[in-house]
Design a protein around this ligand. Structure first.
Ligand code: NI
Length: 253
């Protein structure tokens, strides 16, 4: 298979410290055509940019993740803004709301809103993280009307419909291959292929039969195979369509 586009990865993670370069070189020789590495802090955002400068097929998203937000985050926005000037930066991300962890909601909301405004000001798409925060995420999307992706989508089919109506894309990864993935399967059934992009969120969320192991962009072929079964397409067709969608949402030619 080819045309594997991973719209959401974390190759800065220490899980890749022993073999990062060897792995990335192998992936690009085995059908991966593009990767967007997501920032979560100023440090990992800088790492994403460095990685993107090293590999033609890697692009960077820069931003502060809700789980990493604290009272200093607003003062770090100038670093994110500066990084956005780099040609390989294609999005502000990963940003959003995470009500599973106990970072105060007002801190999360303040930095999320500021980064949505930054993305709009710079005409960049966003990659949104939504964990147990569906209602508030929808409210923010309606208020700021960003372009971009709701990644690792975990909402209902009704929410998916709304997100698409608002012009955003749904990001899906290994979860759709899990046994308990009924909700994700329903979302795939609901949405048109034109609104879907594939992702890993690696090193986490490896698809079956690699569940629990370290994930990488090559394993997207298994996610594509599962989606192909649901949609009545071939896995390669799923990869071709979603790679084109990824290039469109991130404005990559
Ligand atoms: Ni992520």
């Amino acid at each position: 298979m080819n045309n594997i586009f991973d719209t959401h990865a974390h190759y800065d993670d220490e899980a890749f410290n022993d073999d990062r370069d060897a792995l990335l070189e192998r992936l690009f020789s085995e059908g991966v055509c593009g990767i967007v590495n997501q920032g979560t802090t100023t440090e990992t955002s800088k790492f994403s940019v460095r990685l993107a400068e090293k590999y033609p097929g890697i692009y960077a998203a820069v931003g502060i993740h809700p789980e990493c937000a604290d009272e200093n985050s607003m003062s770090e926005l100038s670093v994110i803004r500066e990084l956005c000037k780099n040609k390989k930066v294609v999005a502000v991300g990963e940003i959003g709301l995470d009500y599973y962890y106990d970072v105060p909601k007002d801190i999360q909301k303040e930095i999320f809103a500021a980064q949505l405004e930054l993305a709009n000001e710079l005409s960049l798409p966003v990659t949104i993280h939504d964990r147990e925060a569906h209602g508030d995420i929808l409210d923010f999307i309606k208020k700021y009307r960003p372009k971009g992706i709701v990644h690792c989508f975990s909402g209902s089919r009704e929410m998916a419909k709304e997100v698409i109506k608002l012009g955003m894309y749904i990001g899906m990864g290994g979860v759709v291959t899990f046994k308990n993935s009924r909700k994700a399967v329903e979302v795939i059934e609901e949405i048109p292929m034109e609104s879907l992009v594939l992702e890993t969120d690696c090193p986490y969320l490896a698809p079956v039969p690699y569940r629990g192991k370290r994930n990488d962009s090559g394993l997207i072929s298994h996610t594509a195979q599962r989606i192909a079964e649901i949609k009545g397409l071939s896995a390669q067709e799923v990869l071709d369509i979603t790679a084109a969608n990824a290039a469109r949402v991130y404005n990559i030619n």
